[in-house]
Design a protein around this ligand. Structure first.
Ligand code: PBE
Length: 299
């Protein structure tokens, strides 16, 4: 490890020295002398204020002594992806809140920063939750959602397909191609006649994929399904107070832990619908940094 790194440093320096002859002297100085922390101006590029990952990023800023003086710049997922795209195009440094499954990891060469304090969580699962009376009132819908379980590859297939069409169309294609799996979810359930199911979800592609597949499968069985995208806090509140029936969106054990703990006595946890998700502080692979611990406090 040490050897590989020092080779990187030596190569980096000699490249700059070679360029030094013809490049603007000030520019060369800036790019060589600034630490990663200075280059990103002690700022982590974040997403929506209400996201679980935003809460974890704040805990990270509080939990690591070396992140003294750092800021999380909250914006939106779209805003973060635009900044990421620009940084990559110019090979500039950026540290952002990232997660998988997401196309960002197939589009760009990225790495998670090591997180020895674990404040960004470890491997996450996505759970299905329901309101307390859902099972007794809609046993067939409950049974289907309880059986709904799939793999990261399935979710990615729907997410990536949606980029060329829509989530509805991509969900329908996935269902068509995965009849065996869907039949397993439907096993032992009966068709109903136009009962309404209200699903709540969050406004990210991972949950659009699962919610729209669940919607289409429930509709095959005669349900009328609505999917409403809300903040995680509102989602848990809606299930706990019974204004929504179910959700396939909670990330646990860490991402949405605070909402889960607040409402756990008033919701039913149907368990994982997917495992192998992950959040973290993410950087382009060309950045010479591997761990959150290597960042430096702002003077
Ligand atoms: N995410 C994607 C969400 C859940 C799904 C990781 C950005 C969040 O942080 O709440």
């Amino acid at each position: 490890m040490i050897n590989v790194k020092s080779i990187g440093v030596i190569l980096g320096v000699s490249t700059v020295l070679t360029l030094g002859g013809c490049a603007d002297a000030n520019e060369t100085e800036n790019s060589t002398n600034e630490t990663v922390s200075e280059q990103v101006d002690y700022t982590i590029t974040g997403i929506e204020p209400g996201a679980g990952i935003t809460g974890m990023a704040h805990q990270t800023l509080e939990g690591y002594g070396n992140l003294e003086g750092w800021e999380l710049e909250e914006s939106s997922t779209g805003g973060m992806l635009t900044l990421l795209d620009q940084a990559i195009a110019n090979e500039e440094p950026i540290i952002f809140t990232g997660w998988a499954p997401h196309w960002m990891f197939s589009e760009y060469d990225l790495k998670y920063l090591e997180d020895p304090e674990g404040t960004m969580g470890d491997v996450e699962s996505i759970h299905t939750i329901a309101r307390v009376d859902f099972e007794t009132e809609m046993p067939n819908a409950y049974k289907i959602l309880d059986a709904f379980q799939w793999e990261v590859e399935d979710m990615e297939a729907v997410m990536f397909g949606a980029q060329e069409s829509s989530f509805e169309e991509s969900a329908a294609n996935w269902i068509e191609a995965n009849k065996d799996k869907v039949d397993m979810w439907l096993e032992g359930t009966e068709k109903v006649d136009g009962k309404e199911v209200e699903l709540v979800s969050t406004p990210w592609d991972t949950e659009r994929a699962s919610s729209l597949v669940a919607k289409a499968v429930l509709e095959q069985q005669g349900y009328e399904v609505t999917v409403t995208d809300v903040d995680p806090a509102v989602l848990f509140e809606a299930i706990a107070n019974g204004s929504a029936d179910a959700s396939l969106a909670p990330w646990l054990p860490t991402t949405h832990a605070s909402f889960y703990e607040k409402h756990q006595d008033n919701i039913v946890d149907l368990g994982e619908n997917l495992t192998g998700a992950k959040n973290g502080l993410v950087v382009p692979s060309y950045m010479d940094i591997d761990s959150i611990e290597e960042l430096e406090p702002k003077e």
